[in-house]
Design a protein around this ligand. Structure first.
Ligand SMILES: *Cc1c(COP(=O)(O)O)cnc(C)c1O
Length: 370
């Protein structure tokens, strides 16, 4: 048992298995880019990238030049796509570390060309999500592409807003808009080879017409697929969570009926009970919204969080397990025997999304790879 107050165990073999499941689902003609932004959704970008590269990944994706630089400095040599914009002050570092930018406007493409260095970029098209990506017309895009002297368009991409929502037409509309742009550019003599649109949901809920040459899953690599809405096809991806999160008990004590627990005294014991104080709080990433609502697994059984989650501490009911002692581990996310608690269940209780729970596990929680 690791000697840390709060730690996560990350299974390398499960990451590899999830990656292979995604590859099998899309088939050999589609490449699988591993999305490792935000420190691989809290799982550790360097370790996860090593596992993915060891299993044949030829592309990784990050959000920023800084994230790409960290991977380069750790010896990762595969292609790295920077998806969430390259700011002017980051361009020198982009070149230095051989990262591949996604351009979101024609001005940005021009600025990349003005660097006067050979570089490949991907152009993101805003097909209706209205976040990043250019809204320029095919004619405007094509005429700029014909004038480029150093920068080369290697890919065209977009991103879905509602790929798990089968009550909405938005995904079909986005695919149509993307195809129209690609066709228009091809007719204008611009045919970049790498076309891509799909993250986890468009793979899991089979939109094969959106897989193109490459897919960009993140969530599924970490073992999650968001629940679908409406008449979705069956989830193709049988992936499993790769992360287990634990915290140690600091103190155990018996409290009488009427005792008030934690800040604000918002939990009042209705009967005598035994409580344990855990060595993790919202500064470790336990959502404050789990106060008086969330659960953890102690001695193989789901048990409630009592009172408010504090910055470094969380109090739980351990009346069912009198043998628990300071130093024992409690599971915040994971499985103990028949009891399990995953990021999606925690997110639902906390009123957020599983991505937010995973990315919220803070840097001070030790990562252990098994
Ligand atoms: C985060 C992200 C992905 C991966 O999304 P998942 O839902 O985690 O699979 C893919 N593409 C872009 C542009 C992203 O920002």
């Amino acid at each position: 048992m690791p000697q840390s107050r709060s730690y996560v165990e990350i299974s390398r073999s499960q990451i590899a298995e999830n990656y292979r499941k995604i590859r099998d689902a899309v088939g050999a003609s589609v490449q699988v880019m591993g999305v490792v932004k935000a420190d691989a959704y809290g799982h550790g970008a360097i370790e996860v990238s090593r596992v993915l590269c060891g299993n044949g990944a030829q592309w990784l994706a990050v959000s920023s030049v800084d994230e790409g630089t960290v991977l380069r400095k750790s010896g990762i040599t595969v292609r790295i796509l920077v998806m969430a914009g390259v700011l002017p002050h980051e361009r020198a570092s982009l070149l230095e570390h051989d990262l591949t930018p996604v351009a979101h406007s024609l001005e940005e493409v021009q600025a990349l060309d003005d660097l006067a260095r050979p570089l490949s970029f991907h152009l993101k098209i805003d097909t209706g999500m209205t976040r990043l990506g250019t809204r320029a017309t095919v004619t405007e895009i094509a005429s700029l592409m014909h004038t480029l002297r150093h920068a080369r368009i290697e890919g065209i991409m977009s991103h879905f807003a509602s790929a798990a929502d089968f009550t909405s037409e938005q995904t079909e509309e986005q695919i149509r808009a993307f195809n129209a742009t690609v066709t228009g550019l091809r007719e204008a003599g611009i045919s970049p080879p790498v076309l891509h649109l799909s993250s986890t949901n468009a793979v899991a809920y089979a939109h094969p017409d959106a897989w193109k040459l490459l897919v960009r899953p993140g969530h599924a690599i970490y073992g999650y697929v968001s629940p679908a809405r409406g008449g979705a096809p069956k989830n193709l991806l049988h992936v499993k969570p790769v992360l287990t999160w634990k915290a140690k008990i600091i103190v155990v004590k018996d409290i009488p009926a009427g005792a008030r627990v934690g800040y604000g005294g918002s939990f009042v014991a209705s009967h005598a009970m035994r409580i344990a104080v855990l060595s993790a709080g919202y500064a470790d990433g336990i959502p404050h919204r789990l106060s008086n609502r969330g659960r953890v697994i102690a001695a193989g059984k789901l048990t409630p969080i009592l009172g408010t989650v504090s910055m470094d501490l969380t109090t739980i009911d351990v009346s069912h397990a009198p043998h628990l002692q300071p130093g024992d581990d409690v599971t915040l996310l994971g499985r103990e025997g028949a009891a399990s608690l995953d990021a999606q269940e925690i997110a639902k209780t906390a009123g957020t999304i599983s991505y937010n729970v995973l990315c919220g596990i803070s840097a001070r929680v030790k990562r252990i790879y098994v």
